[in-house]
Design a protein around this ligand. Structure first.
Ligand SMILES: [Zn+2]
Ligand SMILES: [Zn+2]
Length: 408
């Protein structure tokens, strides 16, 4: 495709991509429903990932399965040369509530956008379209490992669309870090000789009290929340061992490192000193979610495309409205977007049974098709508009690009 010709015909080319998705409507809906009916949790998405990979392979994509040493990750590639445009598929379900986050729509929309873009590309030169299958968004963060293992290197952009209860084009997501805590004390008879013990439960209770007091002195947007997973074995024994798990979240990656980590740790160290117990802790840095850095140039292109389909977009009400996502890690190594497409009334949140049912309803199907079209059309903008590509890259260089291991 010569640049000159296609720029002039961009609306017509977008229409062709949209028609391609419309033509395949029934098979796309069937695929989404099959994934919905086969809910598989983190890293166990064997059937779901195979459904998507087989579908893309049948359409002429070259498939690499089990990439990044993850069985249920894949990469589907078509075409060659630059730009290299990736659509990101998710397909994991939640324990209990199944596809309550609607990842059947994310996976299918990414595949559909890939197929629509492929129909416009030649096999040799002119650009590459990829669909990257990323497991375990809901737990453990498959993309965290895939970023660290280079799955997103050499791309010009990475885009996905998440079903939600609003149409958005900007996403914020908090950095999120896990902390595992153990206190080790000394057992003693709780009535006969309590003075001989070191109470590991007292240490844990004191630490949680410290955290509660600390909350007044941290930024409003920061979050510290946890559970005690082991609190002792018998009522008449001074507990010698307790365990807890916490998540710590911030709006800025730097605030996590420079302020919140030391403050949280001090709460536990103080409790250890006060009780005489030994503190053992482990930060989950290897699975840390980073903040989402929406590439605004790309996000605005997506907004124009999705609004062209008759949807009205809004800005998220608060920066923490979606918690955390491993797409944040992707957005720090390549220009990325994580818009939401509405399939639900505003008062129905994700991770509910009601949302799960919507993810296989007519409004779910409409979100799937519109989301896929908007992604494909945004891919066409990247392909045909060198100015957009330059603005994306300049913005990324200024605000985004940091090496994937910068969090340490
Ligand atoms: Zn979710
Ligand atoms: Zn989700």
């Amino acid at each position: 495709m010569s640049e000159q010709r296609v720029s002039e015909n961009a609306p017509a080319i977008k229409q062709r991509a949209s028609d391609e998705i419309e033509r395949r409507k029934q098979e796309l809906i069937d695929l989404s429903l099959r994934i919905h009916a086969t809910p598989e949790i983190a890293f166990q998405e064997h059937k779901s990932s195979a459904m998507l990979a087989d579908f893309l392979e049948a359409q002429g994509f070259a498939l690499e399965r089990g990439i990044c040493e993850i069985d249920t990750a894949f990469r589907a590639t078509y075409g060659s040369g630059e730009p290299r445009i990736a659509f990101v598929a998710e397909y994991d379900a939640l324990p209990g509530v199944g596809h309550g986050c609607g990842h059947n729509i994310i996976g299918t929309a990414a595949a559909a956008a890939g197929i629509a873009l492929k129909s416009l590309l030649q096999e040799d030169g002119g650009g590459t379209v990829l669909v990257i299958g990323t497991p375990a968004e809901e737990a453990a963060g498959g993309k965290v490992y895939m970023v660290a293992r280079g799955a997103f290197e050499g791309l010009d952009c990475a885009m996905m669309v998440h079903p939600g209860n609003r149409n958005t084009f900007v996403a914020y997501a908090l950095a999120c870090l896990e902390l595992e805590i153990e206190f080790r004390g000394k057992e003693a008879h709780a009535a006969a000789r309590p003075e001989a013990g070191l109470n590991a439960l007292d240490a844990m209770v004191a630490a949680f009290s410290n955290l509660g007091l600390m909350r007044q002195q941290i930024r409003d947007s920061a979050r510290v929340h946890g559970i005690i997973t082991e609190g002792g074995q018998a009522v008449n024994v001074i507990p010698s061992f307790t365990k807890a798990k916490l998540l710590i979240r911030t709006e800025e990656d730097e605030y996590m490192d420079e302020v919140l980590k030391p403050k949280v740790l001090a709460c536990f160290e103080g409790a250890a000193q006060a009780t005489g117990c030994q503190l053992i802790y482990k930060w989950g840095e290897e699975s840390r979610y980073k903040t989402m850095r929406t590439n605004m140039a790309l996000a605005e292109a997506y907004r124009d495309n999705v609004e062209g389909l008759g949807r009205t977009t809004v800005m998220p009400e608060s920066k923490r409205s979606m918690g955390s996502t491993d797409m944040g890690n992707v957005s720090q190594v390549v220009p990325g977007i994580h818009p939401a497409i509405s399939i639900a009334p505003p008062d129905v949140p994700i991770h509910t049974e009601e949302f799960r049912e919507l993810a296989r309803s007519e409004s779910g199907h409409a979100g799937l098709l519109d989301g896929a079209k908007a992604l494909a059309m945004t891919g066409i903008d990247v392909l045909l508009n060198p100015d957009l590509l330059k603005r994306m890259k300049d913005e990324f260089a200024q605000t985004g690009g940091r090496p994937s291991d910068s969090a340490g």
